[in-house]
Design a protein around this ligand. Sequence first.
Ligand code: SF4
Ligand code: SF4
Length: 73
Amino acid sequence: MPKVEDNQENADICMKYCGPCLTYPGGGEALFCARGKSVAKPEKQGCNCGVCDVQKKYFNRNTYYCINGAASE
Ligand code: SF4
Ligand code: SF4
């Protein structure tokens, strides 16, 4: 899968989707598809990555990056 750039624009987009997600671990973390899995060990309660604009921009298809790790891994 294409690697996602870790930049502010992508982080801002991410928070529109990860922010309200029930799985979101909080703690100021974001952009899991670029930065890798959360240190908070979140449990699956739904994932908004499938409709995220960052996901579309990089043609990625996976979900639960906060649990499974970055798109480049
Ligand atoms: S990566 Fe997916 S499951 Fe995790 S917080 Fe973001 S939208 Fe929710
Ligand atoms: S694909 Fe998921 S983790 Fe990546 S920016 Fe979008 S909502 Fe955040």
